[in-house]
Design a protein around this ligand. Structure first.
Ligand code: F0G
Length: 494
């Protein structure tokens, strides 16, 4: 089915799909959506045989993090720092001013960010988690509580590192992977009110809103929800901060799905949303369209001073924050490019095309497709593999074996036995893969889907004491899957 057929097919399916993915509402005629760029520099990717991949998997202890990247054909491990820069960004890189203090590149970086985000202070950092560490170190103390629609792992870890409690307050629909709603990234506003009433306003130093909600399936937050959260924060005089990693994708979803925004430019939607808050943290490795970098923003003068002091201690002087001048230039151009409508139209359509196409064949995914990634529901995909045999790892390994595709498990291996879901995330790097690459990914997933009964579970042979998914070693379970496999812990071996 070509992209045009697919679009017509989904438009015929009725209002549900139409309202979520109808690009004609955004001034888009029904034609093939092409990559809005041409390719000036190419990076070869390497084919391997199935036998080679079997060997490579064995050598990597069935953990895709341990694979050499050169042996991966299509790498969907993350959309973070893996994007392609534009000619304008590469040209700007040559303008990088590497002065230690007062760099001209910082001025361009600050002005470009200020134009979109609107906050008074812009502080560079080497990536998102550095911005988070500085923000929470300055704002939180032991015993505090930080609500978020859903904390990303590093955000949660940085809140907990200062002794505060990270509380996820996703909306009710977010807990049901298969239901199709436009803004499953929303925060549960009633739960926020209840939390503040229960713990007391003094223990909540800030509220965070993650746009889009990565850990919740890459789902967007509506303007209406951001406004409601902002109203609660203002009422209680609690600052609201955005985790803005994928702010441009979130803005485009609002344009497509929220009444009253169809004629607005993504940039003005982003500006309106940021006005609802008091600052943000940002990983420029996502919608900054850069390979490294981040920043934090605030309107609070005193806080900014404390943040800069901490920055100098661990990241660098406030006009470079651990980045080279050339990185600041790439980000200054990148944040603008991320808001380009042609780019966003292609980006969202391409991810939706992948998700809807496999879903149409029965493959269980988190619905609807997110902005930066598709999440396969591994428990529903492989119902014969119990959670303690890591269905997500088994499925991710199978996608590599079948077609050289690397994805990432977000489930029992990553979060431990209490994981609520076992998902496999296929994150799409920005401007890197073409429609034919995506078609190839669809073919591979469907081939694995067709022989899903033959896939076996996995067992751990080594795990580190924390963040075990990065270095874990596994092996296939031999024989029939059972519910009582003992997970071997041999932390001293290997
Ligand atoms: N917040 C969100 C929502 C993220 O998705 C990430 C990173 C961060 C913060 C931290 O940013 O990596 O620059 O330090 N997400 C990546 C991913 C790693 O694969 O989803 P960072």
């Amino acid at each position: 089915m070509s992209f045009v057929d697919w679009l017509v097919f989904f438009q015929e399916k009725g209002q549900n799909y139409r309202s979520l993915f109808d690009l004609s509402g955004a001034g888009m005629p029904i034609r093939t959506i092409i990559e809005p760029f041409r390719i000036k520099s190419v990076e070869p990717i390497r084919w391997t045989t199935r036998e080679q991949r079997e060997q490579l998997l064995r050598a990597a202890y069935y953990n895709l993090f341990l694979l050499p990247a050169g042996d991966v054909l299509i790498d969907l491990l993350t959309d973070s720092g893996t994007g392609a820069m534009s000619t304008h960004q590469w040209a700007a890189v040559m303008e990088g001013d590497e002065s230690y203090a007062g760099s001209l590149s910082f001025v361009r970086f600050r002005d470009s960010i200020h134009d979109i985000f609107g906050y008074k202070h812009v502080i560079p950092a080497h990536q998102g988690r550095a911005a988070e560490r500085i923000l929470f170190s300055c704002m939180c103390k032991k015993g505090d509580v930080v609500p978020n629609n859903t904390h990303f792992d590093t955000t949660r870890a940085n809140v907990e590192f200062v002794g505060a409690e990270a509380v996820d307050l996703p909306c009710a629909e977010a807990k049901q992977p298969s239901i199709n709603r436009p803004f499953k990234g929303n925060m549960h506003v009633g739960a926020l009110e209840e939390l503040i009433a229960r713990v007391g306003r003094e223990r909540v130093p800030l509220v965070m809103l993650t746009i889009t909600n990565n850990s919740g399936g890459g789902q967007p937050v509506s303007m209406e929800n951001a406004r409601a959260v902002s109203d609660v924060c203002r009422k209680h005089r609690i600052p609201l901060y955005f985790d803005a990693c994928r702010f441009a994708e979130n803005s485009y979803f609002i344009k497509l799905r929220e009444p009253g925004f169809a004629d607005r430019r993504p940039k003005s939607i982003a500006q309106e949303m940021f006005q609802l808050g008091d600052g943000c943290t940002m990983s420029a490795k996502k919608d900054g369209m850069a390979n490294i970098g981040g920043f934090l923003c605030t309107n609070d003068d005193l806080l900014a001073q404390q943040e800069r002091n901490l920055l100098i201690l661990t990241e660098g002087y406030p006009t470079y924050g651990g980045l080279a001048g050339r990185d600041l230039e790439a980000i200054a151009v990148g944040v603008e490019e991320a808001l380009d409508e042609d780019y966003l139209r292609y980006r969202i359509a391409s991810t939706g095309y992948l998700g809807n196409h496999i879903a149409e064949h029965g493959v269980p995914i988190v619905q609807p497709p997110g902005g930066h990634a598709i999440y396969l529901d591994a428990r529903a995909f492989l119902p014969h593999i119990p959670a303690d045999q890591f269905p997500g790892v088994a499925l991710a390994n199978e996608l590599y074996l079948e077609g050289g595709i690397r994805s990432v498990e977000i489930g029992t291996l990553m979060f431990g036995p209490n994981a609520k879901l076992d998902l496999v995330r296929l994150a799409i790097p920005r401007r890197v893969y073409t429609q034919s690459h995506i078609d190839y990914v669809i073919e591979v997933i469907l081939e694995v889907w067709n022989r899903r009964e033959q896939i076996r579970g996995m067992r751990l042979t080594y795990e580190a004491p924390f963040l075990r998914h990065f270095t874990a070693r596994l092996e296939p379970v031999v024989g029939r899957p059972s519910n009582n496999t003992v997970i071997e812990k041999t932390a001293t071996r290997g």
